[in-house]
Every structure is written in structure tokens, then in C-alpha cells.
Ligand binder design. Structure first.
Ligand code: PGA
Length: 256
């Protein structure tokens, strides 16, 4: 249970925002901040922005990620993008199983597992999102829901591969709502995820695993969340589109 074992990862999730030139400009704005960061900083861009974002980030501490990938390497999947395509274009990370994909686009724990497998096979690092709906929290089944999502999402992932998995705990009721989990709520669920990883992969692997919190994390609340012993970074939506706010969160992670 040693936070010193882990380097925090702050990841921006730009969602369906920014044209390629705007994406490149935001990367340029963030570069000086990233140079001094004592954490990993990832920017997850729309597919069509990846090339411009990766070109702008070249030679800096900023890493580029995508927001989804298909599980097949290639084939008749109109409108889809493979993990290998992402890798080829300069992405090093990919978000898998974001609640918007689960809720709006039919992702299930099983398809999340397939996407995770494909992303690892392509050499990407996965940001695997899990989190409960408000009704599930009210029914006191948050830990059960998150354990199931994590366990199935990781089906087929070996202990060696766990170093290329980041779990992002994102309560659905906190995403884009301005409602944030309290630091204690975030830490409780992150710790439950870490305990599950210990059951699956052993305590050492679990202690080395990066587990983020996401859901209305911003410049004002980041420090308190990131100071929690089991919160190893954040997945940031709205605040990642504003350079100053995102930089403040990275600073908080660098200090926390
Ligand atoms: P938010 O989004 O920070 O805007 O709540 C987080 C996310 O969806 O990853």
C-alpha cells in the first residue's frame, strides 16, 4: 500500500471536441507545463486529431491517446478504427469502456474486455474505465458493480501486462455534472479495485497499478482527491480543454 511505488497519470479526455489545428494548439500550450511535471501526462484526442496532436507533442513529455478502439485487427467493420491503426498514427494510450461508450454506444463488459485485449496486443497502454450509476450507489452495490466491470474487463490480461493497464474509477453520476465524489468515496472504491487486483494478480502487482479517479475533477478539487492514498491520478474531461485548469491539475498531481 505504498503510493511511492506509483507514478501518477493525469489524462485529459477531450471527448468529441477540438478540430485538428485546435488540438495541436492546445498541445503547444501544454508543453511547457509538461516539461516540469512529476507525473505522466496523456491527452486523449478524437481519432482525426491524433496525427496533429502527436506531431505537436513529439519530443515533449506529453503522450497522446485515443478514446476507443475496435477489437479486430482489420476487416469489414464500417466506421471503426483498430488499435494497430492508433499505434501507427502516434497514439500510445487508449481509453476503453468509458461510460459514454457503455451508455450511448452499447459497450458491455465483454466488448470492453475484447477492446482491452486488442489494445494490449497492439502495444498500447489501456485506460480502462469503470464506475457505477447513481441508483447503484444508492443501492449500496457500487463496489460489487465496479469489481465485476474490472474483473471482466481484465479477463485474459496477464500479470506482466498489468503495467500497461490504468484503471479509471469514474462514477457515472459525477461525469460532466459538476458533482464530484468526495475524496473518501473515491479512495474507498479505488482501494476496493486495488484489493481486487491483489486477488487476481498478487499484492505486488496491485501495489504497482495506477488507479485514477475521474468525474468533474478540476483545478479546485484535484489536490484533495490526488492526496488520497489509492488515487494515482485523474481522467479529466471538461477541465482538460482549458490549458490553465489542466495545468493546475498536473501541478497538483506532481506535488501530491
Ligand atoms: P468530466 O469527464 O471531467 O467532464 O466529468 C470525465 C470523463 O468523462 O472522463
Amino acid at each position: 500500500m505504498n503510493k511511492q511505488l506509483r507514478k501518477a497519470v493525469i489524462a485529459g479526455n477531450w471527448k468529441m471536441n477540438l478540430l485538428p489545428a485546435e488540438a495541436a494548439a492546445l498541445v503547444e500550450q501544454l508543453k511547457p507545463m509538461a516539461a516540469g511535471a512529476n507525473c505522466d501526462v496523456v491527452l486523449c484526442a478524437p481519432f482525426v486529431d491524433l496525427q496533429a496532436a502527436a506531431a505537436a507533442a513529439a519530443g515533449s513529455n506529453l503522450k497522446i491517446g485515443a478514446q476507443n478502439c475496435h477489437w479486430a485487427a482489420s476487416g469489414a467493420f464500417t466506421g471503426e478504427v483498430s488499435a494497430q491503426m492508433l499505434k501507427e498514427i502516434g497514439a500510445e494510450y487508449v481509453i476503453v469502456g468509458h461510460s459514454e461508450r457503455r451508455t450511448l454506444f452499447g459497450d458491455t463488459n465483454e466488448t470492453v474486455a475484447k477492446r482491452t485485449r486488442a489494445a494490449l496486443d497492439a502495444g498500447l497502454t489501456v485506460i480502462l474505465c469503470v464506475g457505477e450509476y447513481l441508483e447503484q450507489r444508492q443501492q449500496n452495490i457500487t463496489v460489487e458493480v465496479v469489481r465485476t466491470q474490472t474483473k471482466i474487463g481484465l479477463a485474459g490480461v496477464s500479470a506482466d501486462e498489468l503495467s500497461r493497464i490504468i484503471i479509471a474509477y469514474e462514477p457515472v453520476w459525477a461525469i460532466g455534472t459538476g458533482l464530484t465524489a468526495t475524496a473518501a468515496q473515491a479512495n474507498e472504491v479505488n482501494k476496493a479495485i486495488r484489493d481486487l487486483l491483489a486477488e487476481l494478480y498478487g499484492r505486488d502487482a496491485a501495489d504497482g497499478a495506477v488507479i485514477q479517479y475521474g468525474g468533474s475533477m478540476n483545478a479546485a478539487n484535484a489536490a484533495e482527491l490526488l492526496a488520497q492514498p489509492d488515487v494515482d491520478g485523474g481522467l479529466i474531461g471538461g477541465a482538460s480543454l482549458k490549458a490553465a485548469d489542466f495545468a493546475a491539475i498536473v501541478r497538483a498531481a506532481s506535488e501530491g
